[in-house]
Design a binder for this molecule. Structure first.
Ligand SMILES: [Zn+2]
Length: 454
């Protein structure tokens, strides 16, 4: 890339860090709406700060009634979009440093929002500033859209799309490099059936609150005593998995200990509900819990549901049971499937229904996949920019999660986390590496020049 632009970006380093610290100081969490502040006062304050900072850099800035803002460079009618967001998830527990008073340590800025998505948004904004200050003539304009509702319902982008002309192509600095150009389809279902009256008696079972979480612990109260507890211990030894039991006056409380995680990324995790189902099968459960043990068990590829499939651009289908509740003599469970782009979603739904005979099956959400071809101009130019600036291998990837990118017809997620970075988005101790943000700014400038310069 142009040495002048690279040097300009280097010169912004201290200012970028100071601005990020200031942005982190606003806990821009969704809250009660007020006039002009559809996501609450703190989100509004964050939006005002971002617009003021962009105005001070000399950009044209427009407020979309508190839902989002856009920051434009150039006046060509065709624009390339950069989609970031200013809202955050709650801080949660476990922080060693104050989440909203950023601490700078070992070249990192630690604080809620540092990498998701305030730091990456600033990296892209400073990339735009360098292009502006270098005076590069543009054949396409650059339009950064900063949304305020990414972590909840995406009402920001809905509003924006209804009140502005949404660019056709662009990227979202809200995930990871090298690039994510494929998002799997999604199928969410609730299934339920009355408990069997024969076989092992399950008295209590209540695990999980969210479909998209791999539960880390599952507890059940079973009818029985010392003999049952011995069987649990024997099974734990046989399969080498952590099950424990406790004999009480009401029966035996059994606990299965899994490895929690996000349902779209089951590799290396262990679903505690699946563990419990297999144990219940061993102990002689009948009816729907036996069916679930047989068609789900500890599989995360949907094989026994008749749903296993994969393709080259997406990788394999994943399937997760995030909830298993026993209430009023019936069990309710959930399925969260992330489906390869070439698969037939309706057919998979039929297969799952057929495998779950005897269950009421309610599909609550069905999302089509999103895919931007790797051979096209957008993906190939972004990958070239990434490789040229970082020297790292550039290749397209897919995700089972959702990113802002699919708001655009030709949209991809592009940075700002690097493949070797630890992923702490939404967790305690979230941080952004300053060198990583600086590298991201150069990659973004390089990419925007490739797409927009005359
Ligand atoms: Zn984000």
């Amino acid at each position: 890339m142009d040495q002048k632009i690279s040097a300009l970006i280097d010169s912004y380093r201290d200012e970028l860090v100071a601005t990020l610290v200031r942005w982190i100081s606003i806990p821009s969490l969704k809250d009660t709406p007020a006039p002009g502040a559809p996501f609450g006062g703190e989100v509004r304050r964050m939006l005002d700060m971002a617009m003021a900072d962009a105005s001070a850099m000399g950009f044209a800035v427009r407020d979309y009634e508190g839902y989002a803002c856009d920051i434009t460079l150039g006046d060509a009618p065709e624009a390339v979009a950069v989609l970031g967001h200013l809202d955050i998830v709650p801080a949660g527990d476990g922080w060693q440093t104050p989440p909203f008073t950023a601490v700078i340590e070992d070249g990192k800025v630690i604080g809620r929002g540092s990498i998701d998505d305030k730091g990456p948004s600033l990296a892209a904004l400073y990339a735009m500033r360098a292009i502006k200050e270098a005076g590069v003539p543009l054949k396409k304009s650059i339009r950064m859209i900063l949304g305020c509702d990414e972590e909840s319902g995406w009402e920001d982008m809905e509003y924006y799309a209804a009140h502005a002309d949404m660019p056709e192509a662009g990227f979202s600095p809200d995930a990871s490099f090298p690039i994510i150009n494929t998002e799997k389809a999604m199928l969410h279902a609730y299934i339920s059936a009355p408990l069997a009256t024969t076989g092992l008696k399950v008295k209590q079972l209540w695990t999980g609150e969210r479909l998209n979480v791999i539960p880390g612990e599952c507890k059940a109260l079973l009818e029985g005593g010392a003999e049952l507890a011995e069987k649990v211990a024997a099974y734990a030894a046989k399969v080498s998995l952590p099950y424990t039991s406790e004999i009480t006056a009401e029966g035996v409380w059994v606990t299965a200990e899994g490895i929690p995680g996000h349902s779209a990324y089951p590799e290396g995790r262990r679903n505690a509900i699946g563990m419990m189902l297999l144990l219940l099968k061993e102990l002689g459960v009948e009816g729907p819990l036996l069916t679930l043990a047989n068609v789900y068990g500890m599989e995360h590829d949907g094989a026994s549901l008749g749903c296993a499939c994969r393709d080259d651009v997406s990788g394999p289908l994943t399937c997760n049971m995030g909830i298993l509740h026993l209430e009023n003599g019936a069990i309710t469970a959930t399925l969260d499937m992330r489906v390869p782009v070439t698969a037939d979603l309706d057919q998979l739904e039929k297969n799952a229904r057929a495998a779950l005979e005897g269950f009421a099956f309610t599909t609550v959400e069905k999302k089509e996949p999103h895919h931007v071809p790797a051979e096209g101009e957008l993906v190939s130019q972004l990958l070239a920019a990434y490789h040229e600036e970082s020297g790292l291998d550039a290749y397209p990837t897919s995700t089972g999660g959702g990113t802002y990118a699919k708001v655009l017809k030709q949209g991809v997620a592009f940075g700002a986390a690097f493949p070797a970075d630890e992923d702490l988005a939404h967790q305690a101790g979230e941080y952004a590496r300053i060198d990583g943000l600086m590298m991201a700014a150069k990659i973004y400038a390089n990419a925007l020049l490739r797409l927009c310069a005359e």
